[in-house]
Design a protein around this ligand. Structure first.
Ligand code: PLP
Length: 387
């Protein structure tokens, strides 16, 4: 008999909702037209893109013309960083970001350093929070861009983006936030957040992989990354991924609709998991902020046990979790986020992350509370295999 699996890795990716698949299906077959074609097949595809743009704009409280569809969250982040840097290089060459951003931001910034830009990587506190006062202190006359994520994928900590955005914009810098982990879990109203640019990815909110969005405040200059036929108002050339975009719009709209009920439900499950593990396991500590964190996000570090070993043994027990971010899977490097919040390289390898989602119930949490203490104690005594 096949074991029932419990999936607790929603920060890595999520399943595609049936309603989303339903919305995508027609654009693979019956309505496969190219949105740039003049004929009827083309206009059906174009109308679908337009509807999707409208739906995303409603969630973000922005205009349709401020939405750029991309090939995912990484591309949206790259477009934001390179797009602003290249469009504003004559205004200045200084960028502010944090040490705990996703690699999509960090690697883009490192690349720009090689092109003559100067990047300040702000240090978070031990909970993973960026103090707006540190942003204020780092701003310079030549600062063109501030990029601080809304919520961290590894430790779940959320940031005071509104306060940081006010500082950045008052100073004349463009404000970007990576909101990839926040879809369906936090308010994405770009007016309330006060941001100029915001990145999203469909596969983190029950949509398809390889589709994302960059919100771009109208009138801000942005250079394209991908050149070609001029689609997406010249911001992102290439034949539009109509099924993907249609699916993303439905996924985002449904995630936003369910947010009011899902957030308190996920917070209750998360706290049951955190409190339960703290009570049952010695030498386990929460990483990230205890309350300013994503609703379904529970992350820990452990005394004396490598996270990867716990992950493998939990997997054998039917539970999928993560020992860091998905991008670190298979890598033995300690997480840059855990190092940035002050952990030693050794301690950073003991990270363990559970991210709950819409299919999870209290029974799933109770199962982890049942099996995990035993796995950890067996690993500590050497009774089961480490990796
Ligand atoms: N930004 C954050 C915070 C993420 O967690 C991820 C994905 O793990 C990305 C960006 C990249 O998104 P995508 O997987 O759509 O390229």
């Amino acid at each position: 008999m096949e074991m029932t699996r419990i999936y607790l890795d929603h920060a890595a990716t999520t399943s595609v909702r049936p309603e989303v698949l339903e919305a995508m299906w027609p654009f693979f077959q019956a309505n496969y037209g190219n949105a740039s074609s003049v004929h009827s097949e083309g206009s059906v595809a174009r109308e679908a893109l337009d509807r999707a743009r409208e739906m995303v704009a409603q969630v973000l409280h922005c205009r349709k013309g401020e939405i750029v569809f991309t090939g995912g969250g990484t591309e949206a982040d790259n477009l934001a960083v390179f797009g602003v840097a290249r469009a504003r290089r004559n205004h200045g060459r200084h960028i502010i970001t944090s040490q705990i951003e996703h690699e999509a931001i960090l690697e883009s910034c490192r690349q720009l350093e090689g092109e003559g830009f100067d990047v300040t990587y702000l240090n978070p506190d031990s909970d993973g929070r960026i103090d707006p006062a540190c942003v204020a202190a780092a701003l310079r006359p030549d600062t063109i861009l501030v990029s601080i994520m809304l919520a961290n994928n590894e430790i779940g900590t959320t940031q005071q983006v509104r306060e940081i955005a006010t500082l950045a914009r008052t100073h004349g810098a463009v404000m970007h936030t990576d909101a990839v982990q926040a879809a369906g879990l936090m308010d994405l109203d770009v007016e309330a957040l006060g941001v100029d640019l915001l990145s999203l990815s469909a596969h983190k909110c029950y949509g398809p992989k390889g589709v994302g969005v960059l919100y771009e405040h109208r009138g801000r200059p942005l250079s394209p990354l991908i050149h070609g036929g001029g689609q997406e108002r010249g911001r992102r050339s290439g034949t539009e991924n109509v099924p993907g975009v249609a699916g993303m719009a439905v996924a985002l709209a449904l995630a936003e609709r369910d947010r009011v009920s899902e957030v308190p439900r996920l917070i209750a499950l998360r706290d049951r998991l955190i409190d339960g593990l703290l009570a049952r396991v010695d030498g386990i500590y929460v990483t990230g902020h205890r309350t300013a964190r994503l609703p379904g996000h529970a992350s820990f570090r452990l005394d004396g046990v490598v996270g990867e070993a716990v992950l493998v043994n939990l997997d054998l027990a039917g539970v999928a979790c993560s020992s860091g971010s998905a991008c670190h899977a298979g890598s033995t490097d300690p997480s840059h986020v855990l190092i940035a919040i002050g952990l030693t390289a050794e301690s950073a390898k003991t990270g363990l992350r559970f991210t709950l989602g819409r299919e999870n119930t209290g029974d799933d949490v109770d199962h982890v509370l049942d099996v995990l203490p035993k796995i950890i104690s067996e690993l500590r005594t050497g009774a089961v295999a480490t990796v």
